[in-house]
Design a protein around this ligand. Structure first.
Ligand SMILES: NC(=O)c1ccc[n+]([C@@H]2O[C@H](COP(=O)([O-])OP(=O)(O)OC[C@H]3O[C@@H](n4cnc5c(N)ncnc54)[C@H](OP(=O)(O)O)[C@@H]3O)[C@@H](O)[C@H]2O)c1
Length: 247
């Protein structure tokens, strides 16, 4: 590594939205960044835009093979920061039972299992002490989101998992926290769901009358990864413009 003070940072979902903004944030801080996702061309484009310190890793983290790819890629590297940003949901809940089962499985895999498998794949390499795990929760878990309930439920499970992880990794001096965003439309999360009315409804829920940005979420992730945040663990940091108060 060229920069002696640079950290090794692994970000799932680093090809778009919040994960990409986090990759930009850590890259600008001089860190080496591995971005993980399923779409090679997306990851390679981000890596070429952000510079030589950003490395694409093509892997589906809902599959064991994907986690093994990440483990092999980071073999022998002390990992300072893990950001589990992979997630998402399909808009509609199918009406037939097979479709409902498919959507619930998909949301649990995409939002919960990807985070678990990312952290478990890197567990042997996490810097001890001083490592940082930061996941992405959701206001959907706190409000009871739409999308058939499966997305909010999957994120709520993530909230419970981070509490356990903080206890489990705490004895090695590693912290584990979640950033819990509100409404961040400059991502791929909402697809073509963002109409003027959709936006207006969500902006009005904010106490400061606007949506958030992926850069603001990245800055909170960066803070939780910093030395100044070393005594913060097992917490949910809401970054939601006041859409949910203090929990
Ligand atoms: N945007 C919001 O308003 C909002 C609000 C609350 C919480 N969040 C959470 O914030 C996180 C980031 O979302 P975002 O808003 O930045 O949306 P996004 O732009 O859609 O980013 C999600 C990323 O996850 C990756 N991903 C999905 N499944 C994966 C898998 N199985 N393996 C590896 N990578 C996978 C996707 O890349 P590939 O398709 O290439 O794999 C994509 O880059 C998510 O966990 C989301 O639930 C977002």
């Amino acid at each position: 590594m060229s920069n002696l003070s640079s950290r090794a940072v692994v970000i799932s979902g680093g090809g778009s939205g919040i994960g990409r903004a986090a990759a930009e944030w850590f890259s600008a801080a001089g860190d080496s960044v591995w971005i993980v996702g399923r779409r090679r061309e997306v990851l390679e484009r981000v890596a070429s835009e952000l510079g030589a310190g950003v490395h694409p890793v093509v892997a589906d983290l809902s599959r064991v093979e994907g986690a093994e790819t990440v483990r092999a890629e980071l073999d022998g590297i002390d990992v300072d920061v893990v950001v589990a940003s992979a997630g998402g949901t399909a808009a509609a809940l199918p009406e037939d039972l097979a479709g409902i089962a498919r959507k619930w499985n998909a949301d649990l895999q995409q939002n919960l299992l990807t985070a678990v498998m990312l952290v478990e794949s890197l567990r042997p390499y996490l810097r001890r002490p001083g490592g940082r795990v930061i996941g992405l929760g959701s206001i959907g878990a706190q409000l009871g989101s739409g999308y058939g309930g499966s997305y909010g439920a999957a994120k709520a499970a993530l909230h419970a998992w981070i509490y356990w992880l903080a206890q489990d990794l705490g004895r090695d001096g590693i912290t584990a926290n979640l950033v819990v965003p509100g409404y961040i439309p400059n991502t791929e999360f909402f697809g073509d769901r963002v109409t003027a009315e959709f936006d207006e409804v969500r902006v009005q829920r904010s106490l400061i009358g606007r949506a958030g940005t992926s850069a603001e979420i990245a800055a909170s992730i960066g803070f939780l990864a910093s030395a100044d945040a070393g005594y913060i663990t097992g917490q949910l940091l809401g970054v939601n413009g006041g859409m949910v108060l203090g929990r």
